[in-house]
Design a protein around this ligand. Structure first.
Ligand code: SIN
Length: 174
């Protein structure tokens, strides 16, 4: 039998679940903030015109809410491929919120030294970049709007995501 692992998702892994799982729990990760600072060459942009997707940035006082999935070891092959554009696996402690239980889990992070990393910009600049980007997995705008909706469903108010969603909707309506 496969070994089982908790995987923590904070971006598209929250709303695009294209893998089998045994359990799903709202979870909290301490010490990291979600930011649209990673370039996407393979999902929401292209190598010539990368889109922007989320990664996690060290932030000692922050709590990042996402979703933890209990999966069989074999699921890593699929996720390693899906997250291949600059992301690496890290192990961490996670709080499964409703169970009030802490477990060890894995998350994918795109570090600042990976070749696709884009870094920060103003909310307006990031939203403009997202508004014009498209890739094999669809529009970059859909990635942001789906993530914003999924976080709302979790009861999470992530100031960075809310601000970018607001800017993007303004751009789309103008
Ligand atoms: C994640 O969702 O946990 C990683 C980033 C992404 O695929 O959007």
């Amino acid at each position: 039998m496969d070994e089982q692992h908790w995987i923590f998702g904070y971006g598209s892994l929250i709303y695009k679940v294209d893998f089998p799982y045994l359990d799903r729990e709202v979870a909290l990760l301490r010490g990291w903030s979600r930011r649209f600072w990673q370039g996407s060459h393979d999902h929401r942009g292209t190598p010539e015109s990368p889109g922007r997707v989320v990664t996690l940035i060290r932030d000692p006082d922050a709590l990042c809410r996402g979703v933890a999935y209990l999966v069989d070891e074999s699921v890593f092959a699929h996720l390693d491929h899906r997250e291949k554009n600059g992301y690496e696996r890290h192990r961490t402690r996670l709080l499964l919120e409703h169970r009030e239980e802490t477990v060890t889990g894995t998350f994918y992070i795109a570090a600042e030294n990976n070749p696709a990393f884009l870094g920060e910009g103003s909310d307006r600049e990031l939203a403009q970049h997202i508004a014009k980007s498209h890739g094999p997995s669809g529009s970059n705008a859909e990635y942001l709007l789906s993530l914003a909706a999924a976080l709302r469903d979790l009861g999470e108010h992530d100031e960075h995501i809310v601000a970018l969603e607001r800017e993007l909707i303004q751009l789309q309506e103008s």
